[in-house]
Ligand binder design. Structure first.
Ligand SMILES: Cc1ncc(COP(=O)(O)O)c(C=O)c1O
Length: 357
């Protein structure tokens, strides 16, 4: 058998230097760790979708361009169909963008802290990643970011707004200044825009370098893995070259069509999450030892005296939240997704119990 060390030496240093993105599987019945929607489709909705999926010819490849779904999405969003791409989650679109921009020695700029897949994907694809710390309010540090753009001329800047894991939206004027100052692509990731009700899609007309991402994952369809990309058609055409054939399977295409035909189902659940968000905010703020950061998303970042202790205590209460490895800005922070009314009540009861004992 060959020496494992020798085969590892053929793997690039940047891949070996990073840890894999891993989602720990801890079985808890209240899952507030993944920023998913807590609401599955209900009885009749689920039956209608199942009936539709049952009719799919499983022996056939899916529509390679997902044209039917992209056309419906184009109508729903009011955006030209040839500027829209779909991905197997926005994760896949992030990968396509990183592949296409900048070539082998490409440079990627990301704020910190932010969604970790920008960095992981960039390093795996051999790019140089620069991180610029967010300011004390977790907003963009404009001066430092513009300085980094001037010094390094990055091929891609990633900005998630609202940002994960901090929850806040970035100031619009700062995002627009970055768009003006960047020669490379500026990816505005709107994974949580359904909760902030703000979008940069209307700016795409003006900025050739603006690429907007969205996802169905946070509004009830995480299992179908559906990410969306919007940009000027000539930019979409280039990114599309990195898309694997048939990347959206038939089942997911049908789920997306179903979702686009039932906007009221989605909207009703978003409204429920938004009103629950206010209840969760109020109950978290009543606990003296918890610092609650402002959020525009479907989750809260909180700082507590001992995040590991609280995480374990919540698991004992059958509640899973997200904790972060390491120190830095996220030391002693936990991220808590807004759940159903019952789940949120269980969270509050558990927290009150833990902090009063
Ligand atoms: C900011 C941000 N972008 C992208 C994603 C990935 O979404 P998807 O499920 O569409 O791959 C996430 C998931 O948590 C996210 O927080």
């Amino acid at each position: 058998m060959s020496d494992v060390g020798s085969i590892k030496s053929r793997i690039s240093g940047s891949v070996r230097s990073i840890s894999a993105y891993s989602v720990p599987r801890i079985e808890c019945s209240v899952r507030l760790d993944g920023n998913e929607s807590p609401y599955d489709l209900e009885g009749e909705e689920k039956a209608a979708l199942s009936e539709r999926l049952a009719k799919l010819p499983v022996n056939r490849y899916p529509d390679p361009e997902a044209l039917g779904v992209r056309t419906s999405l184009s109508r729903a969003v009011g955006f030209p169909v040839d500027g829209i791409l779909l991905g197997n989650g926005s994760d896949e679109i992030i990968q396509m963008i990183v592949e296409v921009f900048g070539g082998k020695s490409g440079r990627v700029l990301v704020p910190s802290p932010t969604f970790s897949m920008y960095r992981i994907t960039s390093l795996i694809l051999g790019k140089q990643v620069t991180e610029v710390e967010l300011d004390e309010n977790f907003d963009i540090d404009l001066e430092q970011t513009l300085e980094a753009i001037r010094a390094q001329d990055p091929d891609i800047v990633f900005l998630a707004t609202p940002n994960n894991p901090t929850g806040n939206s970035f100031s619009e004027e700062k995002v627009l200044e970055i768009l003006e100052a960047s020669g490379g692509a500026v990816v505005v990731d709107e994974a949580y825009c359904d909760f902030s009700k703000k979008s940069y899609i209307p700016h795409i007309d003006k900025y050739e370098n603006l690429l907007v991402l969205r996802t169905m994952s946070k509004i009830g369809f995480a299992g179908a893995r559906l990410g969306m990309f919007f940009a000027q058609p000539q930019v979409a055409g280039e990114v599309n070259k990195a898309r694997l054939p048939y990347n959206i399977n038939s089942f997911s295409q049908d789920v997306m069509s179903f979702a686009l035909e039932s906007p009221e189902v989605i909207e009703r659940k978003i409204s429920l999450i938004l009103s629950e968000r206010e209840r969760v905010r109020a109950s978290l703020e009543r606990i003296e030892d918890i610092h609650v950061y402002p959020t525009d998303a479907n989750f809260f970042l909180v700082r507590v005296p001992d995040a590991d202790f609280l995480f374990e205590e919540l698991v004992k209460n059958d509640i899973l939240v997200r904790r972060f490895k390491g120190e830095g800005r996220l030391a002693n922070c936990l991220r808590i997704t807004v759940g159903t009314r019952e789940e949120n009540d269980r969270l509050t009861q558990a927290l009150v119990g833990i902090f009063s004992s």
